[in-house]
Design a binder for this molecule. Structure first.
Ligand SMILES: [Fe+2]
Ligand SMILES: [Fe+2]
Length: 195
């Protein structure tokens, strides 16, 4: 799979990660035009996050057994943008900048989880708030709707639902990514099942 412009290269700290992300898009049967469009949007609207040290470091912390926080974050952004494009074709107005920023920042609070949080349950409940704090440090003018979407992204584990389209697309992308990572991606990378 070749990209016309190397926007994906800007988002990944090394070629292996780029390869992984293209394989992820193949796994989902997403065409190259949509992939190219999504990475262009991620680059344009998410540049300040992508170029940060904490985002670069997220590609070196394991997540969901099979991937890393950084790759998972881009999986979420891709799923969310693909849903957004389909909704826009049906006439919905979607703020793509908000969607990109919410997705790129939603799990930044997980970085360093073993040093920061006592256990996985504490991490589950507190990381969205940590993500909001880090996101605001990276982007001082972060819109309220993005902050709220990040803070509430663990719905339904946390009982407060999203109220915006950005929040809905983030949660949908996060859940779909987690499901794909723990099933199809695990199989693709030939990791033995736990059951
Ligand atoms: Fe999360
Ligand atoms: Fe996530």
């Amino acid at each position: 799979m070749e990209l016309r412009s190397d926007f994906i290269g800007y988002c990944c700290p090394e070629p292996k990660i780029k390869e992984n992300l293209l394989a992820w898009q193949d796994l989902k049967n997403v065409n190259i035009e949509t992939t190219n469009r999504a990475f262009k949007d991620i680059y344009i609207y998410g540049k300040r996050v992508i170029q940060s040290d904490i985002f670069r470091s997220s590609f070196y912390q394991q997540h969901h057994y099979i991937t890393t926080v950084g790759e998972h974050t881009l999986h979420v952004a891709l799923f969310a943008l693909e849903s957004a494009y389909r909704m826009m074709e049906r006439g919905y107005h979607i703020n793509i900048s908000n969607v990109v920023l919410a997705c790129l920042c939603h799990d930044l609070g997980i970085i360093g989880r073993h040093e920061k949080f006592k256990n996985d349950i504490v991490c589950c409940y507190l990381h969205p708030i940590h993500s909001v704090v880090i996101a605001q440090q990276l982007i001082p003018d972060l819109p309220v709707v993005v902050r709220t979407a990040i803070a509430r992204h663990m719905f339904p584990s946390m009982p407060i639902p999203p109220f915006s389209m950005t929040g809905y697309l983030l949660i949908k992308g996060d859940k779909l990514s987690t499901y794909y990572e723990l099933t199809l991606l695990k199989r693709l990378r030939k990791v033995p099942s736990l059951t």
